[in-house]
Every structure is written in structure tokens, then in C-alpha cells.
Design a protein around this ligand. Structure first.
Ligand SMILES: Cc1ncc(COP(=O)(O)O)c(C=O)c1O
Length: 393
């Protein structure tokens, strides 16, 4: 079989970023990369803050944050009055968990594709309240219909107080049919938190149409915002129950301001986030999406071929816009979190390539992303050199 053609490059796109040119940055998904124009916009705001901190914090900052929030909510197709800015998806999930007032015997249901840090947050909330958590196993090859069925059968109405489902999963780069899952959970009276950490910028998102009780997405991954910028969208019945992680001076201002105002923080990232959207729109949102998804598919194929993985055994992400793909590693290569971290560091050191490595259900996977600053030869080079590195153990 022939390898799919890589996409046409987006001219000049690499120059928009300050990435080290001696490294192949093939893991945009973990921490994003902030375009230079966005870095500059944030720096200008920091200059303004440092010129007169008192004026910056006390004259109009709450309104400026609200303005940025409305801009970001419009991009996401979310109700601006139901949207609040938080530092990241992990914080958004924690805000929801600790606002639920869980009691002994209540349960939280997740899937085995969930994000590790959110699972730790669930565990802590359960330990604090006496609630329990249950993880539903979902095969990597499950169809959308099967996923919906597994979730429907896994909920216990009355007892399940929250279902957490990730729209695009971190360890398995798998798209979940969140709107359909929310619909079946709603039929059973179970509230849903959609962890859409990777969705803004990568996937066409209209948050309002998902219908989730809670939805959280990072703007600092695929929407080019400064790090520390995420949106938590909350359905009307829950808004007054949502409490911030840190109580501060806006506590009595109601949702969403009381969640956003977390005392003396650097809020400049939120104010500069619309410049990230401007950059994305200038490149062409659809063009960027098509480019990134095609490049990730190309990378998956060439690295998969190099490791001897038959094309039909390469995991499919479940949707055309997904710009993150998995390549299974040979059995036994990564069986623990420590082994995954060690291999990632070794690939970075020896092959000058940043990738994600995860163990999932006893198997190791390498995750590759496509971004506008990547070129096909970066995946080709990894493909040539990775088998020898893995053989060295
Ligand atoms: C599904 C999912 N949830 C949550 C997160 C956490 O994002 P953050 O570190 O910005 O909180 C990630 C990060 O990659 C993720 O993939």
C-alpha cells in the first residue's frame, strides 16, 4: 500500500513560532506552542501591568476579562453568560468536581481513556466526600454506537452523580461521540462533564449543541492562546452552584466572575487569547485543520511502516479533523508510566524529536501531532531512526 500524500505546506507558518529549529516538535497536543504575535501581545499587556500595577488591577480589569471571555465564547459557540475562564482543563474539572457536593455512596463514572490528572482529581474528591468512582472500559476499536451503548449501560440513575467523558482522549487520541453520549446520559438523568481539552481550534466545536452540563476546553493548545487559558461552560441550572477553587474578592459577584477572579494572578494570557484566534483565522481555520489532520495521518503511516505495523492495525482517531494519531509500539516496550517517561526523554535526547509516549491497557503507544509548523521530513527522520533506538532498549 502507498503512504498517503502529505498536505501542501502553509507557507511561512513555521516563522510565526519561536520553536527551536533543531528539534522536531511533534507533540503540539501536550502543551501547545504560542505564536510570536501572541507572545508579543501578552508582553505588551505585561508592560502595561508593570507600568502601573494598581491601575491595571483596579481599573477595568474585570471588564477586560469579560470582553475576552465573550470573544472566546463566541468562537466556541458557547453561551457567553455560561462561560467562565479558568487556567486549564484540569482546573475546570476540579471546579466542577468540588461544586457537586458529593455524598457517601454517590459515584462518578469515567472511561479508561480519561486524562490521568483528572482521574487523580476524581480520586481526591471521592476520598474527601466518601463518593466512589467507576471506570468503564471502552475498546480502542469501539464504534461510536458501541461507545454510546457502553456508557448507557454503565450509568446507574440516581447513584451516578457525574459522567466524565473526554471528547478527544489523551492516551489514545480517540474521538468520542460526545453529543450522543450526553443525550443518553440525559435520558438517564446523569449530569455530564465533557473534557474537551483538545477541541478548541482543532475540532469544529459548537459547545451549545453538545448539550453538556459542563464542558471544558483549552484555548492554549490548538487555538494558539497563551498558556493558562481555558473555558469552562456551565449549563443554566448549575451556574449558581459552581464555586471557585479560591475564594476571592468577587465571591459575591455570582457566576462567572467569581470563578474567574482568583486574587492576584497574571491575567494577561486571557486578555491576549483573542490574538491567538486572530492568528488562526489569518491562516484560515479550515485550512489549518485540514493540513494538521493530514500531516498527522502521514506521520502515523510512515512511523507505523517503520515499526512494521500494518496500516489496518494503526488506530483510527474516529474523525477527519483529528490532528493527533497513535502508533502502537512493539509489545513490552512500555508497560509503566516511568517507562513511558524514560522513552519520551530518550527520543527527545537522541533523535531531537518531541513526541508523546503513553501506556494504555498494557500496551505502549507513541502519539504524533500535526501542526502548521511541522513538515513531512520531520516524521520521515523519526521513522528512519526510531527502530534502531527501540532495538537498543
Ligand atoms: C483530555 C485531556 N484533559 C485534560 C488535559 C489537561 O490539560 P491542562 O494541562 O491544560 O489542564 C489534557 C492535556 O493534554 C487532556 O488531553
Amino acid at each position: 500500500m502507498t503512504v498517503p500524500q502529505p498536505p501542501e505546506p502553509i507557507p511561512g507558518a513555521r516563522l510565526l513560532f519561536s520553536l527551536d529549529p533543531s528539534v522536531s516538535h511533534l507533540n503540539h497536543g501536550s502543551f501547545g506552542a504560542v505564536p510570536i504575535a501572541v507572545q508579543r501581545a501578552q508582553q505588551r499587556l505585561r508592560d502595561e501591568m508593570e507600568a502601573n500595577p494598581l491601575r491595571f488591577f483596579t481599573q477595568g480589569l474585570v471588564d477586560r476579562i469579560a470582553h475576552a471571555r465573550r470573544h472566546l465564547a463566541a468562537f466556541l459557540g458557547a453561551d457567553p453568560d455560561g462561560t467562565t475562564l479558568v487556567g486549564n482543563a484540569t482546573a475546570g474539572a476540579a471546579v466542577v468536581l468540588q461544586s457537586l457536593a458529593l455524598r457517601p455512596g454517590d459515584e462518578i463514572v469515567t472511561t479508561d481513556h480519561g486524562y490521568g490528572a483528572v482521574a487523580l482529581s476524581v480520586a481526591r474528591e471521592c476520598a474527601r466526600t466518601g463518593a466512589v468512582s467507576r471506570t468503564l472500559p471502552v475498546p480502542l476499536t469501539a464504534t461510536d454506537e458501541e461507545m454510546v451503548e457502553i456508557v448507557r449501560d454503565g450509568l446507574r440513575p440516581g447513584r451516578t452523580k457525574l459522567l466524565i467523558v473526554d471528547q478527544l482522549t489523551s492516551p489514545t487520541a480517540r474521538l468520542f461521540p460526545t453529543a450522543a453520549i450526553v443525550a443518553v446520559a440525559r435520558e438517564r438523568g446523569v449530569p455530564v462533564l465533557v473534557d474537551a481539552a483538545h477541541a478548541p481550534g482543532m475540532l469544529p466545536v459548537t459547545v451549545a449543541s453538545v448539550g453538556a452540563d459542563f464542558w471544558v476546553g483549552n484555548l492554549h493548545k490548538w487555538a494558539y492562546a497563551p498558556r493558562g487559558t481555558a473555558a469552562l461552560v456551565v449549563a443554566p441550572p448549575w451556574r449558581e452552584r459552581i464555586q471557585p477553587l479560591v475564594v476571592s474578592w468577587e465571591q459575591n459577584s455570582g457566576f462567572p466572575v467569581r470563578v474567574e477572579w482568583q486574587a492576584t494572578l497574571d491575567y494577561t494570557g486571557w486578555l491576549a487569547a483573542p490574538v491567538g484566534l486572530f492568528t488562526l483565522r489569518s491562516l484560515g481555520v479550515d485550512r489549518v485543520r485540514a493540513h494538521n489532520a493530514a500531516l498527522a495521518a502521514y506521520g502515523q503511516r510512515v512511523v507505523g511502516d517503520a515499526l512494521g505495523v500494518a496500516p489496518e492495525r494503526l488506530p483510527e482517531p474516529g474523525g477527519p479533523a483529528v490532528a493527533m494519531r497513535l502508533v502502537p509500539l512493539p509489545p513490552g516496550v512500555v508497560t509503566t508510566l516511568d517507562a513511558a517517561r524514560e522513552l519520551r526523554a530518550r527520543i527527545a535526547d537522541r533523535l531531537s524529536a518531541e513526541v508523546s509516549i503513553a501506556g494504555w491497557n498494557g500496551r505502549g503507544y507513541l502519539r504524533l501531532c500535526g501542526q502548521v509548523y511541522n513538515t513531512p521530513d520531520e516524521y520521515d527522520r523519526l521513522a528512519v531512526r526510531l527502530p534502531t533506538l527501540l532495538a537498543q532498549g
